[in-house]
Write a protein that binds this ligand. Sequence first.
Ligand code: SAH
Length: 348
Amino acid sequence: MDLGEKLIRKSTLTEKEFAELLGQYQDEGLRKRLAEEALRIRRLYYGNDVYIRGLIEFTNICKNNCLYCGIRNGNPHVSRYRLTGEEILSCCEKGYGLGYRTFVLQGGEDGFFTDERLTGLVAAIRGKFPDCAITLSVGERSYESYRRLREAGADRYLLRHETADEGLYGKLHPAGMSLANRKRCLYDLKRLGYQVGAGFMVGAPGQTMEHLAKDLKFLEELQPEMVGIGPFIPHHDTQFAKEPAGSVELTLFLLSVIRILLPPVLLPATTALGTMDPLGREKGMLAGANVVMPNLSPEKNRKQYELYDNKICTDGEAKESSSLMRRMEAAGFRVVSARGDFRSEGKR
Ligand code: SAH
């Protein structure tokens, strides 16, 4: 049975079939076939447009201890920082001038950012940049907290589920963190009307094709507006330092599968993909992605937000960004200055 054709025909597969299909990712013909279909679908919804999101990594202080993450609380070798409100607003200012119309505030779970402080920050950005989308990526919070942030003006929220398998979740996180709470957060965010982003790492330690098949079924159930995936990359100060990194080919294959499974999804070609392969993000676009997220954080702090080793940093301003944009355009895409909201209906 040709599972690739079946996926294209039905836009979905059973969990078992997904696992089997993913096992065939090294088949280049299959990869090409799914990428071609993914591109066709992405054009239906978004034409050749590539949306840019200005990423502001505003704190690397975190109370959590996710075992794979370089900035986890238990890593004493991290020099910690937290941007001031003023610095964050000036990142937005700079980004606005460069054409960014979405700001992504990402950080560790930093207790300094109480609801009071974070809603104040969101409201300030909302007031100054009324035509921009505000995306938050600050981890697990209460329904009430998400509600207040939404009311203050946040539009979108990125919270990767990391893995939809309880057993693997437990191996990647310390006791006290749970998949159930992660899912609770995602459903709360949906209910509050956020455009929600879930996602996972590809090739995380201990991950199998069966685990990834579960991730796909979870995405199908959740119906997120955005999905962030990227290869796992080891960080030297974690217990996974010696683990192999995830595969670029499998990540690209999954991007195509996710585009087919969730046709209108906003799908970034992530920094981790660009870190593993200098052409990773163009390849991501050609596999069905339609978003890139260059960095607008102050230069002095960039190295401190080290989730994994050798993390590249595409400066939203400098020439490496314009060269990324040129490369996108050379690959047949068009980088646009727009909010780039989720579209549930086709473009034409
Ligand atoms: N504290 C926020 C932001 C997390 S950092 C939150 O909880 O959502 C953003 C993402 O980086 C994580 O969701 C994780 O999937 C990814 N990440 C962390 N460590 C990584 C590693 N070693 N390799 C690849 N991706 C990693």
